[in-house]
Design a protein around this ligand. Sequence first.
Ligand code: HEC
Length: 245
Amino acid sequence: MPVFFLKSLLSILTLALTFIAMFTMFEVFGRQEKRYNIEKLKKIHRANGVLYILLFIFIAYFCIVFILNTRAEPSPRAAFHAVFALAVIALLALKISFVMVYRQFYGKVQAIGMTVALLSLGMVGASGGYYLLITKFGTEKISGAKLGETTEKKITVKTDMESIKRGRELYESKCYFCHDAYSNKTEVGPGHKGILKNPFLPVSKRPATPENAANQLRNPYKDMPSFAYLADGQVADIIAFLNTL
Ligand code: HEC
């Protein structure tokens, strides 16, 4: 199962927990005539909150490892996702401190709880929700491109030392973690030795043209993160380096 799919499913679970948190809170504070046992609801609310935080930490760990490994500049969507997540952390910390220590502020707790719920919706929508939507709930690859199909314009491979050097530097900061440039050993992705000299790209089996290699950066075949934010010139430099392998 692609790791993003797993993460997306877990994030849907956080939404379910958010819903339970809201429901129990509304039943405790919102109704004049109580329908349920208040103490029981409070217990459920608390256990639910602990579960939410554990799940949050687990998913955040995955995100942080991913950021550290790829060192990719976040897309606008990923940036929104991160801002929502950081706001959730800050507000939850505030809320817990009002409940447990600064009881004089207790009246604010409900409003904070509702804000956390709204932010959770934004947080999950901007990441897991989006992923599940565009992959039709994990049944389709992210890139709609079919085998051999490419949206890239014709690329002339540069062979000057300057481009190759810039390409190597980019490669070392962005690709090295998942790819071995000098062998065909698979790390996270396939090794890149001879990548443009072989007839086909190793995983997608598309023809090993510079256009298809560039297309892999913009619309990855499967599990590779997209590098769509790279400028055309940077992609050309990376291709120039790949061409030397
Ligand atoms: C987080 C890990 C990761 C990073 C970072 C990464 N890749 Fe990949 N790459 C993969 C995986 C996994 C595949 C296998 C195909 C797929 O899932 O898209 C792959 C496949 C490829 C392929 C072969 C595609 C094919 O059609 O067979 C090329 C070329 C490639 N990557 C180039 C790069 C370049 C250049 C960079 C840096 C700008 C890079 N990758 C960064 C994980 C990564």
